[in-house]
Design a protein around this ligand. Sequence first.
Ligand SMILES: Nc1ncnc2c1ncn2[C@@H]1O[C@H](COP(=O)(O)OP(=O)(O)O)[C@@H](O)[C@H]1O
Ligand SMILES: N[C@@H](CCC(=O)OP(=O)(O)O)C(=O)O
Length: 359
Amino acid sequence: MKLGYKKIVVKVGSNVITQANGLPDESRINHLVNQLAEVKQQGIEVILVSSGAVASGRSLIKVSEKQDAVTTRQLLAAIGQVKLINTYSNFFAEHHIKCAQVLVTKEDFRDRAHYLNMKNCMQILLQNEVIPVVNENDVVSVTELMFTDNDELAGLIASMLNADALIILSNVNGIYNGDPKLATSEVIEEIKGSVTNLASFIQTGKSSFGRGGMITKTTMAQKVAKLGIAVHIANGTKDNVLTSLLNEDLVHTRFVPEKIKSGKKKWIAHSETAATGIVKLNDGAKMVLTSGKATSLLPIGIIEIQSDFLKGDIIKIIDENNQLIGLGIAEYGSDKAKERIGQKKQKALVHYDYFYSAI
Ligand SMILES: Nc1ncnc2c1ncn2[C@@H]1O[C@H](COP(=O)(O)OP(=O)(O)O)[C@@H](O)[C@H]1O
Ligand SMILES: N[C@@H](CCC(=O)OP(=O)(O)O)C(=O)O
């Protein structure tokens, strides 16, 4: 396959595998599995992140209108996930491929030791030629503990496993430079860096069964590409989408990857919700830290410690306007950091190797 990837994460949106009447589209799932099997047979490691549990559950049970939205989602996902994974398992079996169900929550990514346990499990599955089929554990992930959507989850999995590419299959050909329904709109084929006007193209509406929408997809894609992983957004409802994309024979959107970042930086990049401390920098320190050069965060540039932290904690680094500059691991606690604010020749609070620039 022309693109030469060795490890890919493929994310399938609910809309791709659900028919307009809400029933699972088994022939589409079968077609996707056939392509995934072909890709795997080419020696490419594949991890599948599949939505569709809730949509699948809807086809199996009638829900009382009196039931609240959270409980309904739990009920539908609990029932639907069984059907979803069985469908995948049966289709993969036709190719003599085993798949595994991996259900995760946002909490699983917070603690580094826990994160590494999960990474280890995924690696063992891949070493044993098993395709992990990942979804959010919707039964226990409710409200503030939820991922924004499975695109966020897929970005985390791609970063955790140091994948070469993340392929997001949705029900549009890519990101359009206008309303996708208008004939005048065209697919933006390549996106480099943080294009500020991207959000202005995107309509706030979502596809009928989707959760996050295109804006969250774009934000996640830019972040993942910054970590050195190529991100592709393509139309999963098209025949042979995956094989055509990997053979560079498909119009879609590609986020150009930057230089590959270390595994630890990838984890830090996705750890904003786990951050304890908040450290405010002056503009000079901000400039140096975001210049792209290998520089550590020195106390001389700190103007305020807004929230306490311990040695080893993830801390948020903000500028004078309270905008996030980046995230890092503290080399010492806030007690010492407070004593050293604005001082010269002090040990770095965040070493460059453990700093992720969000800008
Ligand atoms: N500029 C745009 N380009 C492409 N899609 C867009 C754009 N603006 C809004 N969208 C909408 O985003 C939807 C895809 O996002 P989402 O509903 O989250 O899909 P999924 O279920 O695949 O995760 C498309 O169906 C499309 O209607
Ligand atoms: N975990 C949910 C999917 C949530 C979600 O993000 O859906 P989508 O926007 O279609 O990728 C489910 O399996 O129904």
